[in-house]
Design a protein around this ligand. Structure first.
Ligand code: PLP
Length: 376
């Protein structure tokens, strides 16, 4: 059997160990300490001076963002339909109802026109959505200007789920910094990792201050344990923050490697008809291309995305279909959804290729050879 090629495995730089060793030597094996402070400071520097709270996961960051915006039982929150379930679950944790909005086909992210239709319709029938959460899927920035304009027009706060998009930019501005708050993930498969972790990104410092308070059990500033609010155990460990500091030092190299994979796939597959890659609509978009993703136009290609996934699987290569839309998920099937068929089309016709920053050129050659076999 050929060696396994993973979709998006962790890629350590070697710089992490210094910070982790410091944590051990100073005995800061806790959800606070110098690496937590350092990682927050360094992320803030990277993200144009935004305020940062590092947390146990991206999901925890989304949950806290919703709490900070006052989302509660009976509220509605609009969400991308074409995303990972972690974007949506925290809405349900709060007892609120997710309302799904489909994608536009240029970035594959939430469709601003359909978003506006959804807002107007919710306001007509019911009440104003409390927040909008949108994802930059596979690292591709969403339609930022249109989304910000809608947020302003209807006075509904935006949360940017940039879990997959650290290092991506729109008009030179970093993903994660658009909207009221942004969130990042450092899960093992993401562009940089702390094995598991996440961050809340905010323009206003009172959001991150409150997030840190809620994330450490909402302990009031007394010697005994005094609580006036329900808290959570959501802080990042000082050991893991050490891994994050070492990873952040090489973020631009990681982004460059993902972009290199993407370019190489496109180049090597350019003669095969019917492959449509997710791509940057114009020069203002800069994707980290976390996962190289594409649609197979079956009529032109004479094969399907499923057949690629199948043949790569036989050669021990990990690839997978695009996100299954939220409105098609059993758990969310009764929630309101504003659809145009795009996310369903993407799911049924697309796939993600192995995209790790530690992927070698010979791995890409092996993957391309597999795809050629299907296309014969
Ligand atoms: C990974 C991911 C999350 C969740 O992050 P965790 O750190 O795994 O909790 C949220 N949204 C999207 C789009 C993701 O890809």
């Amino acid at each position: 059997m050929n060696t396994k090629i993973w979709l998006s495995p962790p890629h350590m730089s070697g710089l992490e160990e210094k910070y982790v060793r410091e944590a051990f030597e100073s005995n800061w094996i806790a959800p606070l300490g110098p690496n937590v402070d350092g990682f927050e400071r360094e992320l803030s520097r990277y993200l144009d001076g935004r305020h940062i709270a590092v947390l146990g996961s991206g999901t925890a960051a989304i949950h806290l963002a919703l709490i900070l915006l006052g989302v509660t039982r009976g509220d509605e929150v609009i969400s991308s339909d074409f995303t990972f379930t972690a974007t949506v679950n925290p809405i349900v944790y709060q007892g609120a109802t997710p309302v799904f909005v489909d994608s536009e086909m240029q970035t594959w992210n939430i469709d601003p026109e359909l978003l506006e239709t959804a807002i107007v319709d919710r306001m007509k029938n019911h009440k104003k959505p409390k927040a909008i959460i949108f994802a930059d899927i596979y690292g591709m920035p969403a339609r930022m200007e249109a989304l910000l304009a809608i947020s302003l027009k209807y006075d509904i706060p935006l949360i940017e789920d940039a879990a997959e998009a650290l290092g991506s930019r729109y008009k030179e501005q970093h993903c994660g910094t658009f909207g009221e708050m942004g969130i990042l993930s450092f899960n093992g498969n993401k562009i940089i990792t702390t094995s598991g972790g996440g961050a809340l990104v905010a323009t206003k410092e009172n959001f991150t201050t409150k997030a840190k308070f809620l994330a450490s059990q909402a302990k009031e500033n007394t010697l005994h344990f005094e609580h006036h609010e329900i808290g959570y155990n959501y802080r990042m460990s000082n050991v893991l923050a050490g891994i994050g500091r070492g990873q952040l030092e090489v973020i631009e190299e990681r982004v460059a490697a993902h972009r290199h994979n993407y370019r190489l796939y496109r180049e090597l597959l350019s003669d095969i008809r019917g492959l449509i890659f997710q791509s940057e609509p114009d020069d203002h978009y800069f994707s980290n291309f976390w996962l190289t993703s594409m649609i197979v136009n079956e009529e032109e290609a004479h094969f399907t995305s499923q057949s690629i996934i199948g043949i790569l699987g036989e050669d021990n290569i990990d690839s997978r279909p695009l996100m299954k839309p939220m409105h098609m998920q059993e758990v969310f099937k009764d929630h309101p959804a504003y659809l145009n068929g795009n996310s369903e089309f993407l799911y049924q016709n697309g796939l993600c290729l192995p995209s790790g920053s530690n992927l070698r050129e010979e791995d890409i050659a092996r993957i391309v050879e597999g795809i050629r076999k299907v296309s014969k």
